[in-house]
Design a protein around this ligand. Structure first.
Ligand SMILES: [Zn+2]
Length: 152
């Protein structure tokens, strides 16, 4: 797998952030994600749609994964997400052998990314202040909605 430079990681995060912002504007959970191919091409992007679609299984990562359609292999692909992936999405990464996860922030929520790293997934945490600010604003305004999303 090609090493990932920080400029590319941050550029990819912008795609996920755009999705998260759109989710926020729709009144949804503001988490966005994008799946990039081994060659750096954007395969799919999406956002959490729990509120918009009434579908608790549509997290940002699953939405991006589904938007990418069928892929013969996920080797070399990168899942970019604005927030540390929950257990459900961490499971998706392992199930399909996605090689790398780029995470906007893991301050407001810490999902399964240590577990992914222990199992050979390359994990990059960017500590992006905008991702943190968005989640802080959302969880302060809608604590019940956030609790529902993470199963608490
Ligand atoms: Zn998730």
């Amino acid at each position: 797998m090609r090493p990932l430079d920080e400029a590319t990681a941050r550029a990819w995060l912008v795609t996920a952030l755009d999705e998260a912002r759109a989710g926020m504007a729709e009144g949804g959970v503001p988490v966005g994600a994008a799946l990039y191919g081994a060659d750096g091409a954007l395969l799919g992007r999406g956002r959490n749609r729990r509120v918009q679609d009434g579908d608790p299984s549509t997290h940002a990562e699953t939405a991006a994964f589904r938007a990418a359609g069928r892929q013969r292999s996920y080797r070399g692909t990168t899942m970019v997400t604005t927030l540390s992936p929950c257990w459900y999405c961490s499971g998706l990464v392992r199930q399909f052998g996605i090689s790398r996860v780029v995470i906007g922030e893991a301050v407001t929520f810490r999902g399964g990314h240590d577990w992914l790293a222990e199992h050979g997934v390359e994990v990059v945490v960017l500590d992006d202040p905008e991702c943190v600010a968005m989640m802080r604003e959302f969880t302060a305004r809608h604590p019940e909605l956030w609790g529902e999303d993470i199963g608490e």
